[in-house]
Write a protein that binds this ligand. Structure first.
Ligand code: SAM
Ligand code: SF4
Length: 348
């Protein structure tokens, strides 16, 4: 995708190989130069055009003139002493901040990346939205979180979840472009089977995403079993209610054949009763899906609470009702800060 910075320079990291090739040919250069540049950017991961030593000085100057290569700077880094979780607060070139987290599983390292600076969606339990929304991230800034995290940590990333700050489906074009560049065989070459996109339920974009047939896993932040309970904690439910959302999910499964994952942040006294479990089982009956129960992460602005014991109890209810559910493993408990909280602490 061709995007520009404030000086009118093309954001080179967001270009697909054929787009880069078209730009390089337009500069009067040979086609193979585009391949060399793509390799410097996405395989060797240089942070400046001047490091592209197999290009002439003249071409490097031209690249500096026409393109920008955005960088992310580590503002803060928290490392868990109990597992290998690392949480980064990155500063973007305009001074805004976003968070990324590397988590270690037995099958490899997965990174959780942000897609926006802040969020418009207003979910009551989420720290990402409390100070509102600043701007979308470009695809290069989403990708940049992975490259910067691999560089700093020295760890190879083999999975990506779009579950950091922001609503991916509210930044659709940049997110799709990011996925296309990320999975490019000549670049990072990430299999999109190892990527999950999480959404609060922007229904029209779920239909659009289905048509892209990208092979990603779709995670739906459901968090409630009826419209009243969901609207109380997620304003997006007033725009797209549970029935519309589940219809879009059914369509997504029909078109892609990919099992959907439903996220359920458990809040004591709000959505944790046997009756909630019964309603949820009714809603999801017949769905090829999995439910992830997450004890709600405490944020200082709200009095929501839950723990593993409640989450296991709720999982038991669901299991009796025939619904496949797990309680999400808590990683990095000693560096725990609900998503978006680190950025908020830093900016206050
Ligand atoms: C931060 S969101 C980003 C992705 C997308 N906007 C969404 O809502 O799915 C990622 C996940 O974290 C969950 N989440 C946010 N705040 C939370 C909290 N305090 N405790 C537990 N989960 C939370 C969201 O509901 C969502 O399932
Ligand atoms: S849970 Fe997701 S959609 Fe809701 S406010 Fe947080 S980031 Fe935004």
């Amino acid at each position: 995708m061709v995007a520009f910075d404030d000086n009118g320079k093309i954001d080179i990291l967001g270009l697909l190989p054929d787009e880069l090739e078209a730009k390089i040919l337009k500069l009067g250069e040979k086609k193979f130069r585009a391949g060399q540049i793509f390799d410097w950017l996405h395989v060797k991961r240089v942070s400046s055009f001047d490091e592209m030593t197999n290009l002439s000085v003249q071409l490097r100057n031209l690249l500096n003139e026409k393109f920008c290569l955005k960088s992310l700077f580590v503002s803060k880094k928290l490392e868990s002493h109990t597992d290998n979780t690392v949480k980064y607060l990155y500063e973007l070139e305009d001074g805004n901040h976003v968070e990324s987290v590397i988590m270690e599983y037995n099958y490899g390292n997965t990174i959780c990346v942000s897609t926006q600076v802040g969020c418009k969606m207003g979910c009551r339990f989420c720290a990402s939205t409390i100070a509102g929304f600043k701007r979308d991230l470009t695809s290069s800034e989403i990708l940049g979180q992975i490259y910067a995290s691999e560089r700093d940590s020295g760890r190879k990333i083999s999975g990506v979840v779009l579950m950091g700050i922001g609503e991916p489906m509210d930044n659709f074009d940049n997110v799709v472009n990011f996925l296309e560049v990320l999975s490019c065989p000549k670049g990072f070459n990430m299999s999109l089977r190892h990527v999950s996109v999480s959404t609060c339920g922007i229904v029209p974009r779920i239909y659009e995403l289905a048509e892209k047939k990208l092979g990603i896993t779709l995670s739906i932040s459901l968090h409630a079993s009826n419209n009243k309970s969901r609207s109380e904690i997620m304003p997006v439910n007033d725009r797209y209610d549970i029935n519309e959302l589940l219809a879009a999910c059914r369509y997504y499964f029909k078109v892609t054949g990919r099992r959907i994952s439903f996220e359920y942040a458990l809040i004591d006294g709000h959505n944790d009763s046997m009756e909630d479990a019964r309603e949820l089982a009714e809603l999801l009956g017949g769905f090829v899906c999995h439910v992830n129960i997450i004890p709600v992460n405490k944020i200082k602005e709200r009095n929501y609470h839950s723990d593993r014991k409640s989450a296991n109890r709720f999982r038991g209810y669901l299991e009796k009702l025939g619904i496949n559910a797990t309680v999400r493993r808590t990683l990095g408990a000693d560096i725990d800060a609900a998503c978006g909280q680190l950025r908020r602490e830093y900016e206050i």
